[in-house]
Design a protein around this ligand. Structure first.
Ligand SMILES: NC(=O)c1ccc[n+]([C@@H]2O[C@H](COP(=O)([O-])OP(=O)(O)OC[C@H]3O[C@@H](n4cnc5c(N)ncnc54)[C@H](O)[C@@H]3O)[C@@H](O)[C@H]2O)c1
Length: 387
């Protein structure tokens, strides 16, 4: 029988498969509704079905611009309520989020802080807490701790998520996506990476591995020193921009590159964002800048701005996260997401069974969950009999 890509992914999410088998017995979410706002793609299908196997009723929507129709179809075929579909329109997306909250979920699985932030505008009885997947979401929710006042575990702040996904997997998928979307060379090109956190370290290392010359710009001098000692050049921001053939932002901050930078950009530069929100590169500001004479849109989410002085600036996915964009987007590796989503399943279980309380509001994953998941992953590679 022919299998789909989603079948392939589920087959290789080995941690989630074993958690599913356990959850079918223990039913940690029996009688609970879980509201989710996370990228809907093949790997999240495996996560959401694991939560369903734990007894949850799921009400799910995606994130801006990353929802994949085949993932939505697969979830609906399994009886999961999926709100909306792919959209780049933030107002439409906001309506989808509100529909998830209208179901009054007992637990929230958030990605970027959208659901928890909107919950505060229209609170309801019975929300136990939940999880937040990203750095960007943690930054948004930290100042809201006093109002949220319930357990919210930040998956991003697990060391396992940091090195398995942010560093290794985002680095790989950013390189894979650059090649897949542009089909352009990396060898000998000057690539500038904005942000040298976990994601930026992986992006810089992968492009260096693809024979690019890589420079790093980071607002934090300590982080810049780390990049320097890792062997990357760390020129001042404007010099880095002026010499770049490719600029990749992955900071979690807004307006890292704006129309004010247009005078600095080289002819032919490619701009791409791998940070969570499409606000790191101010794409609307660049597109509508006075310097832009015309624009050429290509298939596969490629846009070229032709400037009045003849220079051309290429923008991938209009500043949306490019490692989940373009033709046949695969995102991060299955195993890295299996690790991160196993953390998700165990953290939601901990909130559901009240083993964490309101003192754990917007805090990292409990250490014992990291240890259990790391051991489980390694045990599969080296089963006890051949140690
Ligand atoms: N694309 C993906 O698949 C994916 C996966 C995980 C995380 N993310 C997102 O990537 C972003 C970065 O995540 P991270 O875990 O590396 O964060 P991080 O906090 O570890 O690192 C961010 C770095 O950016 C630097 N920075 C902040 N503002 C800057 C600016 N204006 N210019 C230059 N440097 C600046 C900070 O000093 C820091 O070193 C977040 O938005 C996160 O949500 C994306």
């Amino acid at each position: 029988m022919a299998g789909t890509r989603i079948d392939w992914v589920r087959e290789h999410c080995r941690l989630l498969r074993s958690i599913s088998a356990e959850f079918r017995q223990t039913r940690p979410f029996g009688g609970l509704i879980i509201g989710t706002g996370i990228h809907l793609e093949a790997k999240t299908v495996a996560l959401l079905l694991t939560l369903r196997d734990g007894g949850a009723r799921l009400v799910s929507t995606g994130n801006l611009n990353t929802t994949q129709p085949d993932a939505v179809d697969a979830l609906r075929a399994e009886g999961i309520t999926v709100i909306g579909g792919p959209t780049k329109d933030s107002e439409v997306h906001a309506r989808y989020l509100d529909e998830v909250l209208a179901a009054k979920p007992d637990l929230i699985l958030d990605n970027g802080g959208d659901l928890f932030a909107r919950y505060l505008n229209r609170p309801y009885e019975g929300l136990l807490g939940g999880t937040e997947e990203t750095t960007s979401g943690r930054m948004r929710l930290e100042p809201l701790r006093g109002q949220l006042n319930r357990p919210i575990l930040v998956i991003n702040d697990s060391p396992v998520k940091q090195f398995a996904e942010n560093e290794h997997a985002v680095g790989q998928s950013a390189l894979e996506s650059f090649l897949r979307m542009t089909n352009r060379v990396t060898n000998g090109e000057q690539v500038t990476v904005f942000g040298y956190g976990a994601c930026g370290r992986g992006v810089a290392a992968n492009f260096r591995g693809a024979y690019a010359r890589v420079s790093v710009v980071d607002v934090n001098p300590v982080t810049r020193l780390r990049a320097h000692l890792d062997g990357f050049s760390t020129p001042p921001r404007d010099i880095a921009i002026a010499h770049a053939d490719v600029i990749i932002t992955v900071t979690g901050a807004r307006d890292v590159l704006t129309a004010a930078d247009l005078p600095l950009l080289r002819d032919g530069v490619i701009l791409a964002n791998a940070g969570h929100f499409p606000a790191e590169i101010d794409a609307p500001g660049l597109i509508s800048a006075d310097e832009v004479a015309s624009q050429q849109e290509y298939t596969d989410d490629l846009l070229t701005l032709e400037l009045r002085d003849g220079r051309r600036v290429h923008l991938l996915a209009r500043g949306h996260m490019f490692n989940l964009a373009g033709p046949r987007p695969l995102g991060n590796s299955i195993e890295s997401m299996d690790l991160g989503f196993a953390l998700q399943a165990r953290c939601l279980e901990a909130v559901a069974n009240r083993s964490v309380d309101a003192t754990s509001c917007v805090v990292p994953v409990p250490g014992q969950i990291d240890v259990a998941i790391a051991s489980s992953y390694l045990d599969r590679r080296y089963p006890p009999r051949i140690r």
